[in-house]
Ligand binder design. Structure first.
Ligand code: FAD
Length: 396
């Protein structure tokens, strides 16, 4: 039986571990934390991410927890439309899912062939010709035919195998929360909650999880997911003070932004510095022994969340690797994975960086240029960057 060690039980690691186990692999999944715990936020999955999850055999689970995200358009803080909402065909509509629901779905997909070991912080990785690839935590070595580094942006494995790729700040921070419907009683029943608002260096996006007044799309975690991004560093203050700051920064912005911030419990607020990899690793596959080591998810291509593609790409990585391992022998699958995934990630990262420049525009001239660009070229910017990234299809 073929064996794999997957390092990191985030979204990417869980997805690939389950996929390999369902194809008959014996998988050891190593997680640094004592418990595998998702964030209490949500994630937008574009059609490429949805296709990847379906290719991984998780379509039914996803359908039970996903809420379609209609195009809510893009407004300026004064309410003026930069991009009007447009109808989008069902097969091009993204969905939003609560991360806890997604996590439950991925855990349910692990099956019995995955040995999950928590509290194991991998510190070393070996990928040398003629030797089985392995990782170690200083006490124990874990070797297998294939090692999958899904250990996120601060990946120790990437640091050792592709040290040229560095983690750098993207110059902004993000705040996210899910406000359960019952905590947002003042939202008018017919008031649209979705959509995006763009100011000078500030952005606010909101999306409904499930029907108002009901639970989520098959989940018990319905409500409104919001994410606010602001240029600058994360704030050292308490969550209460951070929320007060957000209320000040977004004061006077269109409804329901104020309402959502008022209804957010400080305990539910998740603040994060936005960071990315520059440059991207020179390789995603390192052949060794019978197979090798591959980088997957944020370990391979962490990027700012402006296009909402990080998790989608992690699922693409997992679906591509699982498909290659079904069709191709090791170690060829490792080199084929590298050949397929590196250009794909590079393209999405390039689009994301272009979006960073647009979204973080500050200063009157830059803002005017951005608004003009959004007003006239919107299909070539916001929507088309998103749609072209979303066009990906799994290898057949
Ligand atoms: C504000 C924000 C909004 C976002 N919104 C979206 C969105 O709408 N759509 C989208 O597609 N993406 C979005 N993303 C990106 C997405 O969240 C990430 O790309 C995705 O979670 C990456 O998953 P991962 O499994 O690769 O890494 P992670 O989720 O970081 O998981 C890595 C795992 O590895 C473990 N680990 C780390 N080091 C070690 C070690 N040494 N040994 C053992 N275990 C280790 C960690 O504990 C963790 O469990 C967003 C990101 C941010 C910051």
């Amino acid at each position: 039986m073929r064996t794999a060690v997957v390092v990191g039980a985030g979204i990417g690691g869980l997805a690939v571990a389950g996929a390999l186990a369902r194809s008959g692999w014996q998988v050891t999944l190593l997680e640094r934390a004592d418990r595998v715990r998702p964030e209490p936020t949500a994630v937008v999955l574009w059609p490429n991410g949805v296709r990847a999850l379906r290719a991984l055999g998780l379509g039914a689970g996803l359908d039970a927890i996903a809420t379609p995200l209609p195009d809510g358009g893009v407004r300026r803080p004064d309410g003026h439309w930069l991009v009007q909402p447009r109808p989008v065909p069902a097969d091009r509509t993204p969905v939003v899912v609560h991360r806890e629901d997604l996590h439950d779905t991925l855990i349910a997909g692990l099956g019995e062939r995955v040995e999950l070991r928590t509290g194991v912080a991998v510190r070393t990785a070996r990928a040398e010709a003629g030797e089985r690839p392995s990782v170690g935590d200083g006490r124990q070595r874990f070797e297998a035919d294939l090692v999958i580094a899904a250990d996120g942006i601060d990946s120790e494995i990437r640091r050792q195998l592709a040290p040229e790729s560095r983690v750098v700040s993207s110059g902004c921070a993000a705040w996210r929360a899910v406000v359960p419907w019952y905590k947002a009683p003042r939202l008018a029943p017919d008031q649209p909650v979705g959509g995006e608002t763009l100011g000078a260096g500030y952005r606010f996006v909101a999306a409904s999880l499930g029907e108002r007044g009901s639970s989520g799309g098959g989940s018990s975690r319905g409500g409104v997911y919001w994410v606010a991004t602001a240029a600058g560093a994360p704030r050292p203050e308490s969550p209460e003070t951070q929320l007060a700051l957000l209320r000040r920064w977004y004061a006077g912005w269109p409804d329901p932004i104020g309402e959502l911030l008022d209804a957010t419990d400080p305990a539910d607020l998740v603040q994060q510095e936005i960071r990315e990899l520059r440059p991207l690793p020179r390789a995603y596959g390192f052949p060794a022994g019978p197979g090798g080591v591959v980088l997957l998810g944020d370990a391979a291509h962490a990027m700012p969340p402006h296009l909402g593609q990080g998790a989608c790409l992690a699922f693409e990585d997992a679906a591509t690797l699982a498909s290659l391992l079904r069709e191709t022998r090791l170690p060829d699958a490792v080199t084929a994975y590298d050949r397929l995934r590196r250009p794909r990630a590079a393209t999405v990262v390039r689009q994301t960086r272009r979006m960073s420049a647009v979204l973080q525009a500050r200063g009157r001239l830059a803002l005017r240029a951005r608004d003009a660009a959004l007003g006239t070229l919107s299909p070539r910017l916001l929507s088309s960057a998103a749609t072209s990234a979303a066009r990906w299809r799994p290898p057949s």
